[in-house]
Structures are given as structure tokens and as C-alpha cells.
Write a protein that binds this ligand. Structure first.
Ligand code: UD1
Ligand code: PEP
Length: 419
């Protein structure tokens, strides 16, 4: 098992290249299954989840010639319909995103039911609701979701009770092959949803309103060969912004887009961090003291749940107290006991954490539990005095491309240890 040995207390300074967004790339790779025509994606991050999704596409018979740099072409002409294997679904929940495309293209799809994971129960009822509204018959059978629409899907009005990124993506992908028009109400507004729409439009789909609460899709798409560049990863950018802030450093994040990070920039500024756009991306700098501020994670454009853990690490060394509320997932505080091992003073009550800032953290062995919890421990370790060992880092490699190398180039002391 690999571990990271981090010697903290070093100010970060330099440039970090931000990759394409993992959470935009995953649904776009799934969307390749809709069409018989090749799809080329540019700016694809080289991270574990993307490698798993590419393997899954190959399992279905898609041909993926050697990746060249950050671009990949998926040729789905020979795709055959078979069950998504439990082993892949277990490793990565985003596998559920192949359900809509396969059902829409073949009239039948079977995907192992994703298990619960460390951040909450994460049901798939809204995905099922959307496909059922389009005429699919869905049953849960021997641990799998079995969806059938032998006569094809038909356009529908889908009203989500609460916005879901994944269910909006499932509905949108299925709708491009359904007969007639689909209207999605209370759609998720995340940039990754809008980027999936842009990719589908490049493939020939007709979609309006992605990025707003109401999305309109005309079905019966005539697909064409397509090429699409994935948006930069706002969660990766936010993570490095917090790395600059927590070490009192100065980082330029090339490729990052401020417009995708408004709520995060606002929170960082309120906490005493400077953040401004440059020709190449974003600059983040902190010279003064950090102040404790209150945040709540919310659907976009609110503060992202995928940066809540990292922000908590920052608040743990701020002056004063900070109240952090998690409103998206019911159990996304697995990092709290581990941050406490580094000396943070955090009290949990339900979905709220009260963080009382301490003058400094001290290195200790900690255990990573999920992707963002893992990186929050790396950030805390960068600020801590002495050595921290972050164990079980395979979670990190699911979502961050060469995290340790990028940090080392900016002055961090990190070594990857193998057992
Ligand atoms: C691969 C990917 O893009 N992952 C992101 C995606 O996850 P994901 O698409 O799984 O997240 P959702 O937006 O669907 O989840 C939002 C909330 O809706 C609930 N829900 C969701 C679906 C459903 O059928 N029923 C239901 O109750 C979830 O449990 C959660 O409480 O958006 C999350 C919220 O921004 C991010 O944290 C994840 O990093
Ligand atoms: C929770 C995340 O991913 P997933 O939805 O694939 O678990 C994430 O990217 O932070």
C-alpha cells in the first residue's frame, strides 16, 4: 500500500497546471456509448477514475487507441451490450452513468447497483425516476439495475424534487436518443452538466438551457464524429488555491477559471486570502492572518461539497471559529477525526462542524478515507509542523493527477513510500 510522507511548514510558491475536470470527463466518456461515431476528448486528466472508465468502455467493445497526451479517441462502432461488472462499479460510482446511454441505444441495460460509499448512502432513485418517465421499465434484480425499453425511449417532462448532477446527466444522455422532446426541471446547474451538453451538441444533439434549472432536449439525434475539449477541473483548482492559502504561499493556477469558483473565491477572500484572475488562469496568495468564516456546501453555484473537507483543513488554523455545514451529503465528515489527530479542534453535531482555529497543527500518521478527505489531510500536513504520513492514498490517485509531483515543484517536501 502506498503512503505519502509529508514534512510540513513550507510555503508553496510557483505554478500549477490545472487538468481537465474528472467529473466532466466521466459522463462524456459514458456519452461516447450513445453514438456509433468516434468521439475525441481533449484535456482528459490522467487519473484513476478516468482509467477505470476507459477500461469499462473497452469492456463494452469500444476501441480506444493509445492515449496521446491528454487526448483520447473512443471508437464505439463495435460496442456490444453487456452487464457492467460489479468490480468496476464498486470502485467508482460514476459507472452508473453508462445506464442511460446503453438503454437509449440498445433498449436494454444492466448495471450492478452501486454500493454505499464513505460520504453517504447515495441512492440512484432519481436516475431511475428519469428513465422511468421516458418509458423504461426498471427492476432491481440480483444486485443489478435492469432497465428495458424495447420500443425505445420517449421524450418526457422530468421534474426532480432536488437537483442531482448524475441524474441530470443520465436524463440528458438518454433524452438525446428518445423520440421527441424532453424537458428537465430543477436540473443541476453544475459546469460539468453544461460541459456534457456542449459535448453532446458537438456529437449532433440539440440541447438548450444546460447550466440553468430547465433543460430542453430534442431527441432522435443524428450523430456525427465529434471533438470536444473538457473544462478545467474547478475542484482541483480550488484544492491548490487552498494549498497556497494554508501554507501562506503564492501559486498561479494555469487554466483555472474564476467564474467556476465564485463561491470559493468569495470564501477565501473573506478568510484573508487574495485571489485574482491572470492571463493564464488564477493567482492565489496569502500574506496576512487567516480568519475563521462560516460556509455551507450547496449545489452550484454555492460552495462545492467537493471542497468542504479542504476548506475545513484551512479553517483549522484560522484565527477564531468557523461553522461548516454540509448540506449535500449526509456523511461527509470522515476527515474530522483524522484532522483532530493533527491537532485540529473540531466538534461535530449532525451536519455541522464547529472548527475552533488552533495556532498550529502537528504531524502524525493519518488514514485517508475518500478522495476529498484524503487531499484535505495532505493540505493539513503541508501546514503542520513535522512529519505526517498519509496512509491509503489510492483514493487520491482516483482524482488528482500527480498531486505529489505538482506540490513538490512548488516547494513542498513529499515522498511517496511503498510498503
Ligand atoms: C462523478 C461526479 O460528478 N461526482 C460528483 C457528483 O456526484 P453525484 O452525481 O453522485 O451527486 P448528486 O448531485 O447526484 O448528489 C446530490 C444529492 O442527491 C442525492 N441523490 C442523488 C441521486 C439520486 O438518485 N438520489 C439522491 O437522493 C445524493 O445522495 C446527494 O445527497 O456531484 C456531487 C455533488 O456536487 C459531487 O460531490 C461529486 O463529486
Ligand atoms: C465524490 C466524488 O466523486 P464520485 O462522485 O465519483 O464518488 C468527488 O469527485 O469528490
Amino acid at each position: 500500500m502506498e503512503r505519502l510522507l509529508i514534512e510540513g511548514g513550507r510555503r508553496l510558491e510557483g505554478t500549477v497546471q490545472i487538468c481537465g475536470a474528472k467529473n466532466a470527463a466521466l459522463p462524456q466518456l459514458a456519452a461516447a456509448l450513445l453514438s456509433p461515431e468516434p468521439l475525441t476528448l481533449l484535456n482528459l486528466p490522467d487519473v484513476g477514475d478516468i482509467r477505470s472508465m476507459l477500461q469499462l468502455l473497452e469492456h463494452y467493445g469500444a476501441v480506444i487507441p493509445q492515449r496521446s497526451g491528454a487526448s483520447v479517441t473512443v471508437d464505439p462502432a463495435g460496442v456490444v451490450n453487456r452487464e457492467a461488472p460489479y468490480d468496476t462499479v464498486r470502485r467508482m460510482r460514476a459507472t452508473i452513468l453508462v445506464l442511460g446511454p446503453l438503454l437509449a441505444r440498445f433498449g436494454h441495460a444492466r448495471v450492478s447497483q452501486p454500493g454505499g460509499c464513505a460520504i453517504g448512502a447515495r441512492p440512484v432513485d432519481l436516475h431511475i425516476k428519469a428513465l422511468t418517465a421516458m418509458g423504461a421499465e426498471i427492476s432491481l434484480d440480483r444486485g443489478a439495475i435492469d432497465a428495458r425499453a424495447p420500443a425505445g425511449l420517449k421524450g418526457a417532462r422530468i421534474v426532480f424534487g432536488s437537483p442531482s448532477v448524475g441524474a441530470t446527466e443520465t436524463a440528458m444522455m438518454a433524452a438525446v436518443l428518445a423520440r421527441g422532446e424532453t424537458e428537465i426541471m430543477n436540473a443541476a446547474r453544475e459546469p460539468e452538466v453544461a460541459d456534457l451538453a456542449a459535448c453532446l451538441v458537438a456529437m449532433g444533439a440539440r440541447i438548450e438551457g444546460a447550466g440553468t434549472h430547465r433543460i430542453l432536449i430534442q431527441g432522435d439525434t443524428a450523430f456525427r464524429k465529434a471533438r470536444h475539449e473538457i473544462i478545467p477541473d474547478r475542484v482541483e483548482a480550488g484544492t491548490y488555491a487552498i494549498a497556497a492559502a494554508i501554507t501562506g504561499g503564492h501559486l498561479e493556477l494555469t487554466g483555472a477559471r474564476l467564474e467556476h469558483l465564485s463561491a470559493v473565491a468569495e470564501a477565501l477572500e473573506a478568510a484573508g486570502v487574495q485571489i485574482w484572475p491572470t492571463d493564464r488562469g488564477l493567482m492565489v496568495s496569502r500574506t496576512g492572518r487567516l480568519r475563521g468564516i462560516d460556509i455551507a456546501s450547496e449545489p452550484y453555484p454555492g460552495f462545492p461539497t467537493d471542497l468542504q473537507a479542504q476548506f475545513m483543513a484551512l479553517m483549522s488554523i484560522a484565527e477564531g471559529a468557523s461553522v461548516i455545514r454540509e448540506t449535500v451529503f449526509e456523511n461527509r465528515f470522515m476527515h474530522v477525526p483524522e484532522l483532530s489527530r493533527l491537532g485540529a479542534n473540531i466538534t461535530l453535531q449532525g451536519a455541522t462542524a464547529l472548527v475552533r482555529g488552533v495556532p498550529g497543527l502537528k504531524g502524525a500518521p493519518v488514514m485517508a478515507t475518500d478522495l476529498r478527505a484524503s487531499v484535505c489531510l495532505v493540505l493539513a500536513a503541508l501546514a503542520a509542523e513535522g512529519e505526517t504520513v498519509v496512509n491509503r492514498i489510492y483514493h487520491l490517485d482516483r482524482g488528482y493527477e500527480t498531486l505529489d509531483k505538482k506540490l513538490v515543484r512548488c516547494g513542498a517536501h513529499i515522498r511517496r513510500l511503498q510498503d
